[in-house]
Design a protein around this ligand. Sequence first.
Ligand SMILES: O=C(O)CCC(=O)C(=O)O
Length: 294
Amino acid sequence: MEPRKAEAVLSVEQMQKYQDDGYLHLNSFVPDDVLVGLQSAAAEFVEKSRGLKQSDKTLDLEPGHSASSPRIRRLNSPVDNHDAFRGFALEGLAAGLACSILEGPVRYHHSKLNYKWSDGGEEVKWHQDIQFWPHTDFSPLTIGVYLDDVDDSMGPMGVIPSSHKGTLYNQYSKDGQWVGSINAEDVGKIDFSEVAWLTGPAGSVTVHNCCMVHGSLPNNSPKPRPLLLQTYSRADSYPISHIGANGVTGRLSGAVVGGDSGQSIVIEGRTVLGAPDWSRSGAPTIFGSQQDEV
Ligand SMILES: O=C(O)CCC(=O)C(=O)O
C-alpha cells in the first residue's frame, strides 16, 4: 500500500481549533470496516493474555488478571505486534490524519493500546507527554481511537483546552523520583472548570498535542475502555536520545510516513543536513562512505 500523503482530511476550522485548543475530538471518524479490523486485533490480544500469569514485554496486566477473567492494562507497541495496527498507523487513516494536521510527512514515534479494564481499570493522572519523550520541537501529537463506545462512566480521556500553550510541569516527586504526573501542588493551581471529557461511539478519534495537560479517571463501568494511541511528530522533528522513553519506543519507531524526512534539522538557527538514518542498518565507517563502498 502506498504511504499516505498530506491531504486535507480536516476542515480549515478543525485545523485552527487544533492550533488554538491543542486537541480535536472527531466523533465516529473511523469507518466501520477499518474499525472492525482494529477491534478484532485487540480481541486477539485479550485471548493471548489468558495464557499469561504475569505481564511480559507485550502485555501489561493488572493485579487480579486470570485466564478466566482477563484484566489488561496495556498492549505495548501495537504497531510492532499486529499488521492491522501497523497498517492503520503507518499507511492508513491515522497516518493520513497525522500528515494532514502536521501538514507534511510525519515521523512515527510509538503506539500503545490502553484497555482500561472494567470495574476499576486504573486512572491516568494529569500529565503532559513531552517530558516522557522530548523532541526537537513541540509538534508531536497523539491520535487516539476508541475501539468501543465510551461514556462518562468509563474513564474517557480528559483534556484542558489550550493548556498546551502553558507551563511545562515537573513530573518528578519532591524527592527527585520520576512519577510521570503533575504533583498535587501544581494540580491545585490548574483551572479544571473547562476540562473536556472526550467520550463517543466506537471509532471516535481524539488528537492531543504533546504539551496538553490530560488524564483520565478510573473505569468503574462493567465494560473495558480500549483506547488505541499512536504518536507522530513532524518529519523534521527528532526524539532527543537519552531522555525518557526515546530509544525504547519500538522497532518501527522513526519510520517516516507520507514522504521523506530530508534529514535536515535547524539547530541554533543553522540548518544541518544530517547523514542518512543508520539506526536499523548499522552505520558505515567514514572510510566506507568516502570510498563509496556499499
Ligand atoms: O488512556 C488514557 O486515558 C490516557 C492515556 C495517556 O494519556 C497516556 O498513556 O499517556
